[in-house]
Design a protein around this ligand. Structure first.
Ligand code: ATP
Ligand code: MG
Length: 411
C-alpha cells in the first residue's frame, strides 16, 4: 500500500485525556481513533493488525474442529432471565435498550445463553454431539472504568468459543485440547513465554476456571507464580488454589498481568436451568455439558503494544504486523517504485512511503508505525545498487543489493 493513499496521519501528541500508553501510541500512529473513553474505531492500519490476530486464532480454532458463526448483538430479555443473568445485580455490565413498542432488549456482553438457546434447535441426540462453535464478535460492556486504552473497552472484539458435549469426560478432554490450542495462539503472537495458564475463580460447576494471563505492567491483575513458572494463581483465589494444589504460598511471587483469555466449564449448569437436552443411546433425555472459551482480540493487540513498544514507537511482531516491510523513498521514487512492485508482486506486504516528506520525518514516522523491517532507498543506494535494510528492533542497518531484495524477504 502506498502511504500517500492512507487517509490517517501520524501525530506528535496523543489526546490529553488519553492516559494509557497503548492508546496513546496507537492514536498517534493512526491505528485507532478514539470516540470516547473505552470506545475506539480501528483505522485501516489497526484493522490489519486485528485481522492478523484473528487469522491466527481462526486457524487454531478450525484445527480443533471449531465451526465459525456469528451471533447477534441484540438479545432477548427472556433468553437471559431463565438463568438469572438479566439482572443488573448479577451482571453489572449490561447495556440495555428498548424496541419502539417498549420491549426490552440487551446488547450482547456475552453469548452463553444465546448459544444454548440456539443449540436447542439443532441438537436432538447424542449423535449430534460434540459441537464446537466460535465467533469474532463485538461485545458491549458498560465497564465502570475504562482507562486502559484498548485493553479495556466498552466496545471490544472477543473471540468466544462454545463446546457442547454429551459427557463430562468428553468436555474435559476437549477443554484440555483448547488449552493446547491457546498456548499455540499466544506463542504465535510472540507472547507465549510470558503467558501463563492460571487458576482463577470458577463457578457453580467447577471451583476454578483457567485464565491466560500475560505479564504486562499495564495489566489489571496480579498473579502469584513459582520460580519455574509452572504454577500460576490469580490472587483472587490464592488461598483456595494453593490449598487445593498443595503449594506453599510463600514459594510464589506476585507479578502484574493482563488477562488475555479465559476458559470456563459450565458443565450442565446452563442446560439444567435452560432445559437444553439430548437423547442418549437409551433414548433418555440428558442435559448437555457446556464449556466456553474467550480471547480478548482487541485486548491482545493492546498487550502486544505495551510489551514491545519502545521510546520511538510501536514494535510489531511479524505475525501480527499490518505490513511486513516499510519501504522509504528518499527522493528516489523511480527506483523505489520498481522495488515496491517487485516486492508486492512476490506477495510481500509492503507499506511504501512515497510521499514528499523530509527524510528525518520519514524515519521518525517509520519508527512510530513499528513495521518489522524498513528498507531505505536513498541517493547513495542509486550509486551502490544497494538498499539499506533494518529490522525495527536492530540499531544497525545492512545493505542488500536491489536484485536480492525479493529473495531476502521471500519466506
Ligand atoms: P476482566 O476480568 O478483564 O473484566 P472478564 O473476566 O470479565 O475480563 P471474560 O468474560 O472472561 O472477561 O471475557 C473473555 C476475554 O475477553 C477476557 O479474558 C479478556 O481478554 C477480554 N475482555 C474482557 N473484558 C474486556 C474489555 N472490557 N475490553 C477488552 N477485552 C476484554
Ligand atoms: Mg475472565
Amino acid at each position: 500500500m502506498k502511504q500517500s493513499h492512507l487517509f490517517t496521519k501520524t501525530k506528535k501528541e496523543a489526546p490529553k485525556d488519553e492516559v494509557s500508553r497503548n492508546a496513546q501510541l496507537l492514536i498517534r500512529a493512526g491505528y485507532v481513533y478514539k470516540v470516547m473513553a473505552g470506545v475506539y474505531a480501528y483505522t485501516p492500519l489497526g484493522l490489519r493488525v486485528l485481522e492478523k490476530i484473528k487469522a491466527i486464532v481462526r486457524e487454531e480454532m478450525n484445527a480443533i474442529g471449531g465451526q465459525e458463526l456469528i451471533m447477534t448483538n441484540l438479545q432477548r430479555k427472556d433468553t437471559w432471565e431463565v438463568t438469572g443473568r438479566w439482572s443488573d445485580e448479577v451482571v453489572d455490565v449490561w447495556f440495555k435498550t428498548k424496541l419502539q413498542d417498549g420491549v426490552e432488549l440487551g446488547l450482547a456482553w456475552s453469548h452463553e445463553e444465546a448459544i444454548m438457546e440456539m443449540m436447542q434447535q439443532y441438537v436432538e441426540s447424542y449423535k449430534d454431539l460434540p459441537i464446537s462453535v466460535y465467533q469474532f464478535q463485538t461485545k458491549l460492556r458498560n465497564e465502570l472504568r475504562a482507562k486502559s486504552g484498548i485493553m479495556r473497552g466498552r466496545e471490544f472484539v472477543m473471540k468466544d468459543m462454545y463446546s457442547l458435549h454429551a459427557t463430562e469426560e468428553d468436555m474435559n478432554q476437549y477443554y484440555d485440547q483448547v488449552i493446547e490450542a491457546y498456548k499455540r495462539i499466544y506463542a504465535r503472537f510472540g507472547i507465549g513465554d510470558e503467558t501463563f495458564v492460571t487458576f482463577a475463580s470458577g463457578g457453580a460447576f467447577t471451583k476454578f476456571s483457567h485464565e491466560f494471563q500475560t505479564i504486562c505492567s499495564a495489566g489489571e491483575d496480579v498473579l502469584y507464580v513459582n520460580a519455574d513458572k509452572s504454577v500460576a494463581v490469580n490472587e483472587e483465589v490464592l488461598d483456595d488454589a494453593t490449598n487445593e494444589l498443595h503449594v506453599d504460598k510463600s514459594t510464589l511471587s506476585p507479578v502484574t498481568t493482563a488477562e488475555v483469555g479465559n476458559i470456563f466449564k459450565f458443565g450442565t449448569e446452563k442446560s439444567d436451568k435452560m432445559n437444553v437436552v439430548f437423547k442418549d443411546k437409551e433414548g433418555k433425555q440428558q442435559p448437555i455439558y457446556l464449556a466456553s472459551y474467550g480471547i480478548g482480540i482487541t485486548r491482545v493487540m493492546g498487550v502486544i503494544v505495551e510489551k514491545f513498544a519502545d521510546e520511538a514507537g510501536l514494535v510489531w511482531p511479524e505475525s501480527v504486523a499490518p505490513f511486513r516491510v516499510h519501504l522509504l523513498s528518499l527522493g528516489t521514487d523511480e527506483k523505489a517504485n520498481e522495488i515496491y512492485e517487485a516486492l508486492t508482486g512476490a506477495g510481500i506486504e509492503v507499506l511504501y512511503d512515497d510521499r514528499e516528506t523530509p527524510a528525518g520525518a520519514k524515519f521518525a514516522e517509520s519508527d512510530l508505525l513499528g513495521l518489522p523491517y524498513r528498507i531505505v532507498i536513498g541517493k547513495r543506494s542509486l550509486e551502490s545498487g544497494k538498499a539499506e535494510v533494518k529490522k525495527r528492533t536492530d540499531k544497525e542497518a545492512t545493505e542488500v543489493a536491489f536484485e536480492e531484495l525479493v529473495a531476502f524477504f521471500k519466506p
